[in-house]
Design a protein around this ligand. Structure first.
Ligand SMILES: C[N+](C)(C)CCCC[C@H](N)C(=O)O
Ligand SMILES: O=C(O)CCC(=O)C(=O)O
Length: 496
C-alpha cells in the first residue's frame, strides 16, 4: 500500500470513514482472525436427516464390557421451530463453525508480515486485514517489559495505565527502521520501549491464540490407533527431553503411555508431580484404589464402565488423568478403553450437524453424591461440547452417563436432546471408535480428560490401580514451557 494511499486512509480513518482502499487480504481465505465478527450462520450444511442407528455389536470377551442397550430407531431430528429461542437455526447462528472440522487446533497459519506501523498525531497505526488500525498507546505502555513497568522476577505489571497521565501513554515518536523485527517507541514522558513485530502482528493471530491455549494440530483417531499408540520411554522423561515429547503427544492425540517405568505408586506420583501439582478432590490427591467401594463410586467396584470423562460434576474437570495398573491377581478382565471424544464429536458434526449444535448449546448438570457428606454439582449446566470463545474451536467434551444429572432445556426440547445425545452415545459405543487394551504394571496411561473418554470391562480378582488428576491449566502450562520458544511464550502471554 503506497504511503500516499496510506495517509489518505489514515486521514479518512481519522474522519472516521471507512478507508476506501482494500488491500489484499493477508489472511488465508476461509479462516478468520479470532476477533472476526461472530454470529454468522454455520457454514456447514445443517443436516436434519436422522443418522441411521447403528446395529450395536459388542466385542466378545470372557468379561462383559459395558452393555449398550439396543437403541429405538432414531427419531427425525426435524427442524425445531416450536421455540425460536432454542431452535437449531438460532443455535447455529450462535456457533460459527468454519469448515467441517470444529476441532481445536486445525487452523491455518497466519502469515501477514504486514507493513511498518505509522504514527500520526501521537497514535501508532498498523496494517491489519488491509486496513490501518489504531494501536492504543495505553496498550503499548501496558505491555512494556522494562524493569520499571514489569517486575523482572515475576513478569507482573508494575504500571497502571488507567491512572497514568496521558504523557505516559501518548506516543511521541516511533522508529520503524527495523520493522518487522521491532518498533522502538518513545512516549511523551520520555519513556522508551521496544515492541517486537510479532507481538503486534500476532496479537490476534491463530498462532498466538493456539500458543496461548497450548493447541497443536490434533490428530483425531479411531480403533486403529491400536496399531501404533503414542508412548514415551520413562527414562527419557527423567532425563528431561522426554517431557516435551510426552506433552506434545498428549496434546496431539489426547493420550500417551509412559513405558518401562517402575510399577510403584511412588514413581507414579513423582512423575505426575514433574508435570504439575496433583489435584486434590473428595477422592483425595494421589489415588491408589481397588474394588472395595472405599469411595462410593463405581470406579471402586469391579463393574464395567462405559466410555466417560471424569469430573463432569466439577465446574472445571481435571485436564489430565493418570491410570497406572499396579497389580491384578486371582482374576481376569479389567481391560481399559479409550475413545477420542474430538473424533467422535467431529463424526457427529458431519453426520448430524443439528445434533452437534444441540449438544453444543444444551447445558447438562452432573453430580457426585455417593460419599457421606458429599453432594457436588457444577456452578452451572455445561454443554457436552464446549468451544473456545476466541476462535470457535472445540476445546472440551464432557460426557458421563453415570454421573449425569439434570438437562437444562425446556420440556418441548428434552426429547430432542435425548435424540441428539443418543446419536453421540452410539458413536462413542461403536467399537470402531474404541481403543481397547490391557494396562500392565510399568506402563502408565496419561490422557486429556477434556478430550478423551475412558472406560473398562468388568473384572474379577484383586485389581490395584493408582494415578492422579492434574488441572488443565497446569498441564497445558507444562506443554507450553517444554514445547514453545521463549519468544512464542512471551508473544502469547502478557501481550494478547
Ligand atoms: C479413582 N478415581 C479417583 C480416579 C476416580 C473416581 C471416580 C470418578 C467419577 N466416577 C468420575 O467420573 O468423575
Ligand atoms: O479402573 C479403571 O480402569 C478406570 C476407572 C475409572 O474410570 C476412573 O478411575 O475414572
Amino acid at each position: 500500500m503506497s504511503s500516499r494511499v496510506v495517509s489518505r486512509c489514515i486521514a479518512s480513518a481519522g474522519r472516521r470513514q471507512k478507508c476506501i482502499y482494500t488491500a489484499k487480504r493477508h489472511y488465508n481465505s476461509g479462516t478468520r482472525s479470532p476477533d472476526a465478527p461472530r454470529g454468522a450462520t454455520s457454514s456447514a450444511t445443517t443436516n436434519y436427516e436422522p443418522a441411521v442407528a447403528r446395529p450395536n455389536s459388542r466385542p466378545h470377551t470372557s468379561n462383559p464390557r459395558p452393555k449398550t442397550k439396543s437403541k429405538t430407531p432414531a427419531r427425525d431430528n426435524e427442524r425445531n421451530t416450536d421455540d425460536p429461542e432454542n431452535s437449531i437455526a438460532t443455535i447455529s447462528r450462535r456457533i460459527e463453525i468454519r469448515g467441517t472440522t470444529p476441532l481445536a487446533g486445525s487452523a491455518s497459519q497466519h502469515t501477514n508480515k504486514g507493513q511498518p506501523p505509522l504514527i500520526e498525531n501521537g497514535v501508532l497505526y498498523v496494517l491489519d486485514r488491509g486496513d490501518h488500525v489504531k494501536v492504543p498507546g495505553r496498550w503499548v505502555r501496558d505491555i512494556c517489559p522494562c524493569p520499571q513497568c514489569r517486575n523482572q522476577d515475576t513478569a507482573q505489571r508494575q504500571i497502571n495505565v488507567f491512572q497514568a497521565d496521558s504523557s505516559k501513554t501518548r506516543v511521541a515518536s516511533a522508529d520503524m527502521s527495523e520493522w518487522p523485527i521491532h518498533v522502538k517507541v518513545k512516549f511523551e514522558d520520555g519513556h522508551e520501549t521496544t515492541v517486537k513485530g510479532d507481538v503486534i502482528l500476532g496479537r490476534r493471530s491463530y498462532p498466538s491464540a493456539r500458543a496461548r491455549e497450548g493447541i497443536v494440530e490434533i490428530k483425531p483417531w479411531t480403533s486403529s490407533i491400536s496399531e501404533n499408540p503414542p508412548s514415551v520411554e520413562y527414562e527419557t522423561i527423567q532425563a528431561g527431553p522426554g517431557m516435551a515429547v510426552l506433552m506434545q503427544k498428549i496434546r496431539t492425540h489426547g493420550f500417551a503411555f509412559v513405558d518401562n517405568m517402575p510399577a510403584t505408586p511412588e514413581a507414579t506420583q513423582a512423575l505426575l508431580e514433574t508435570i504439575g501439582p496433583i489435584r486434590n478432590t473428595h477422592y483425595g490427591g494421589f489415588y491408589d484404589f481397588t474394588s472395595d467401594l472405599s469411595s462410593k463410586d463405581t470406579a471402586y467396584t469391579s463393574e464395567a464402565l462405559e466410555p466417560h470423562t471424569d469430573n463432569t460434576y466439577f465446574t472445571e474437570p481435571a485436564g489430565l488423568q493418570a491410570l497406572h495398573l499396579l497389580s491384578h491377581t486371582d482374576g481376569s478382565g479389567g481391560e481399559s478403553s479409550l475413545v477420542d471424544g474430538f473424533a467422535a464429536a467431529e463424526q457427529l458434526f458431519k453426520e448430524n450437524n443439528g445434533s452437534y449444535l444441540r449438544l453444543s448449546m444444551t447445558g447438562v448438570y452432573a453430580h457426585a453424591s455417593g460419599n457421606e457428606g458429599i453432594s457436588i454439582q457444577p456452578s452451572q449446566a455445561f454443554p457436552t461440547f464446549t468451544h473456545s470463545e476466541q476462535y470457535n474451536k472445540l476445546i472440551q467434551v464432557r460426557w458421563n452417563n453415570a454421573d449425569r444429572a439434570g438437562v437444562a432445556t425446556p420440556w418441548p426440547h428434552l426429547d430432542r436432546w435425548y435424540d441428539a445425545a443418543g446419536k453421540f452415545d452410539s458413536i462413542l459405543n461403536n467399537e470402531k471408535n474404541q481403543y481397547w487394551f490391557q494396562l500392565k504394571p510399568g506402563r502408565m496411561l496419561l490422557f486429556d480428560n477434556w478430550r478423551c473418554l475412558h472406560g473398562r470391562s468388568a473384572f474379577t480378582g484383586k485389581r490395584r490401580m493408582c494415578g492422579g488428576y492434574i488441572g488443565r491449566d497446569d498441564y497445558v502450562s507444562r506443554f507450553r514451557t517444554t514445547n514453545l520458544s521463549k519468544e512464542e511464550l512471551e508473544a502469547s502471554t502478557v501481550t494478547g
